[in-house]
Design a binder for this molecule. Structure first.
Ligand code: SF4
Length: 731
């Protein structure tokens, strides 16, 4: 697929480090491990954050012996993961010793090979090329795409200093529909108090595999206390294993199920009347519109029997306000279908009917400690450019509810092809694997005049970049103080250096300092990480040293049960939204059918769904040997198919099948199961690598993105990742 020629051997040579040199520092033989582990050397235990997935950034302790990382364990003080670490976290630390790491800056030559280059040369050359592009096409022709990390503010600072608003995260491929719906309804994204809930409905979310450790422990705790758990998912997921009820919903029709539950709750007067009257707006309009969605209608659409819908709705309401519908994430209504935004609106509204907002066992706004700012230390801040974002996010008439901070990452290839974007920085993400329709993505990214990737390994995107700047692994660098662990208590936490950098790598701040000099924006980067962190902590009277000792510290007062007005325009929960009405978007959730459907006349036609597995994070971990082994030895890389449909097609468990959509094809081994709705097949995500430089993940498995056409949801601009129809054939 890629033409760039760099064999693994020449890559290692070019990077200036041989295999022998790395292996001495990398994985130990069993004999050596046994010898070293029995040696009586001092063991230090240092707190930091795991970076195995950007959203969680769990608090961990790292044990170091003889200068080598030996193990990690969870920091019990961190709200996100009290005392625990997931399989990915344990495996991800091996990335430090990965032979695939980029060990010094690299530059692509005219014949598509990579050669080493010094940091000074890289900074100078990139600045010269970027200055020319900015002179010709303006600063807004530059974009920055990144994974959510603690130091995100630095990238915004860099881009704003250049004069470009075009920053993006992977959000448009993941969660933006959900966020937009909760923003409209509650003025922000509430968290869920599952631990104290008595009735928990989880729609299309699988925290046992797309791991969120606090949610897993809370779920177990609640179950031990007698809570009932209902999982709505076309697949019998790892979370469904814990459920009292598994509702295998027809994919893409969760909205019908939720509308019918709302119907029952209103029709039978089961809602929290006092809460609704005092703290919401637009209930009367919902009452009028919901009459068209009784369970008798819904069962034909969502394939959940009407009696079950009545029962679940009544049980949910009977447990209010200590009942909740999970706020979800990617799968059910983050970025899945054309109806995802309104599905998430229905989730937000049904919670309000239970009167559970800011109540124990319901939804609550996580505390948000205000970090100190660089300007308080006399460091100038660049202005936010007053030009619209090129991707149309947040612009009426384009993607009115698109998130300004997340942007629309999968619009970048189109904008590169149209000439609206000319240069880009990719930080710790990999759009060639995380965006739909890879051929189109490659064509778009190749059109850019300059592409710079900052990463630890030679990802697919790094492989087609003009420059690859190696970031120090998280265990090798000090990084930004952040508040990611804040839930019912505000918390500050920190990433700190555990071991010396093994190679010629730099933390992001040092890379930006280096780049800024040739771009005339160095005044915005006249601070060290230590100074920036001290300013961030100033409002709390905590020193960087204090935080480095603890890893995570509580700040401010703890959350208390009791209604607090949401940050909406009305100061109430907005069941009916005037804002949506003004934007010509349905102000109440009403039924919207999925954009695509399998062909009922073609028995080989299925919807393709996907989901995370506990061993891998997106497309960024499978090359790490321990995590690779975990997936391979447990035979996780299979396409799930319902038993009855498999029999119709004469497919047996373990057979290989050809999967074809309008844009892609590939072969995969199948798992035949009762645990999947018959209309779909399900593919694990995190596989399908095609970077020839990551030779141990190259060509293993497939990615759903290989089959997904390029869509833009009309409200939020998300990717509609489950609107894929494929044909399946035994090979
Ligand atoms: S969930 Fe796992 S991979 Fe993600 S930050 Fe926590 S321990 Fe690391």
């Amino acid at each position: 697929m890629l033409n760039d020629k760099l064999s693994r051997r020449s890559f290692l040579k070019a990077a200036g480090v041989g295999v022998a040199a790395t292996s001495a520092l990398s994985l130990l033989s069993f004999t050596k491990w046994r010898k070293e582990s029995s040696e009586k050397s001092e063991v230090s235990k240092i707190p930091t954050q795991c970076q195995g997935c950007g959203a969680n950034r769990c608090g961990i302790y790292v044990y170091v012996k003889n200068g080598r990382i030996w193990k990690i364990e969870g920091n019990p003080k961190a709200n996100n993961n009290p005392g625990s670490v997931c399989p990915r976290g344990h495996g991800f630390i091996h990335g430090l010793y990965d032979i695939h790491r980029v060990k010094q800056p690299l530059k692509k030559t005219e014949n598509n090979t990579f050669v080493p280059i010094s940091w000074e040369e890289a900074f100078k050359e990139i600045a010269i090329r970027l200055n020319l592009i900015i002179m010709e096409n303006g600063p807004q022709s530059v974009f920055w795409l990144q994974y959510p990390m603690a130091n995100a503010a630095l990238s915004f600072r860099f881009m704003h200093a250049l004069g470009s608003p075009n920053t993006a995260s992977h959000g448009s491929t993941c969660y933006v529909a959900r966020n937009a719906a909760f923003n409209v309804t509650y003025g922000g994204l509430p968290y869920i108090d599952m631990k104290n809930s008595r009735y928990i409905i989880i729609v299309g979310r699988n925290p046992a595999a797309g791991i969120r450790l606090d949610q897993l422990t809370d779920l177990m705790y609640a179950k031990n206390n007698g809570a009932k758990v209902v999982v709505v998912d076309p697949r019998h997921s790892e979370t469904a294993v814990l459920a009292n009820d598994w509702l295998p919903v027809n994919p893409g029709t969760d909205l019908a199920l939720l509308l019918a539950m709302i119907y029952v709750i209103i029709d039978e007067n089961l809602y929290d009347r006092e809460f609704v009257e005092n703290n919401t707006v637009g209930f009367d309009k919902l009452q009028d519109s919901i009459v068209t969605y009784p369970p008798e209608w819904a069962e034909k659409v969502c394939h959940i029997p009407k009696d079950t819908i009545y029962r679940i709705a009544r049980e949910f309401a009977a447990n209010k306000p200590h009942a909740l519908v999970h706020r979800g994430y990617h799968g059910g209504y983050g970025a899945g279908y054309i109806n995802s935004f309104q599905t998430a609106r229905a989730v937000a509204i049904i919670n309000a009917l239970a009167g559970n907002f800011e109540r124990t066992g319901g939804l609550y706004m996580p505390l948000k400690p205000e970090l100190g700012e660089l300007k308080e230390g006399g460091h100038p801040s660049p202005e936010i450019p007053k030009v619209p974002k090129a991707d149309g996010s947040g612009i009426p008439g384009r993607y009115p509810l698109g998130s300004y901070s997340d942007g629309i990452s999968h619009a970048i290839p189109e904008l590169a092809l149209s000439g609206d974007l000319s240069a880009g920085f990719i930080y710790h993400t990999n759009p060639l694997r995380t965006n739909p329709n890879p051929k189109r993505v490659i064509t778009g990214y190749r059109k850019l005049q300059l592409l710079v990737t900052i990463d630890c390994v030679m990802s697919e995107t790094a492989s087609i970049s003009d420059y690859v700047l190696p970031e120090s692994f998280f265990l090798e660098r000090d990084d930004a103080v952040d508040t990611v662990h804040s839930l019912k208590t505000g918390q500050v936490s920190i990433v700190q250096q555990i071991v010396k950098p093994m190679f010629d790598t730099k933390p992001l701040l040092d890379i930006l300092v280096g780049l800024s000099k040739g771009l005339g924006i160095e005044k915005y980067f006249n601070f060290t990480q230590e100074e920036a962190n001290a300013l961030r902590l100033k409002p709390f009277g905590i020193t960087v040293e204090d935080l480095k000792k603890e890893g995570v510290m509580n700040v401010g007062e703890a959350w208390r049960d009791g209604f607090k007005p949401p940050k909406t325009k009305s100061g109430k929960v907005e069941i009916y939204s005037e804002k949506l009405s003004a934007l010509n978007i349905d102000p109440l959730p009403n039924w919207i059918a999925p954009l695509t459907n399998p062909d009922p006349a073609d028995r080989s036609s299925f919807r393709l769904l996907h989901g995370k597995q506990s061993a891998q994070t997106n497309a960024m971990t499978f090359h790490i040997p321990m995590l690779r082994q975990l997936s391979l030895r447990t035979d996780m890389i299979r396409l799930w198919i319902n038993r009855s449909r498999a029999e119709e097609l004469n497919i047996k468990d373990g057979d290989n099948v050809l999967i074809e959509s309008d844009i892609g094809r590939g072969v995969m081994k199948v798992r035949v199961t009762e645990g999947l709705h018959p209309s779909c097949v399900w593919m694990p995500s995190g596989y399908g690598g095609f970077s020839k430089h990551l030779d141990n993940s190259y060509g293993v498995g497939l990615s759903y993105n290989d089959f997904l056409p390029t869509y833009f949801d009309p409200v939020v601009g998300h990717v509609m990742a489950n609107e894929i129809i494929v044909r399946i054939k035994k090979v």
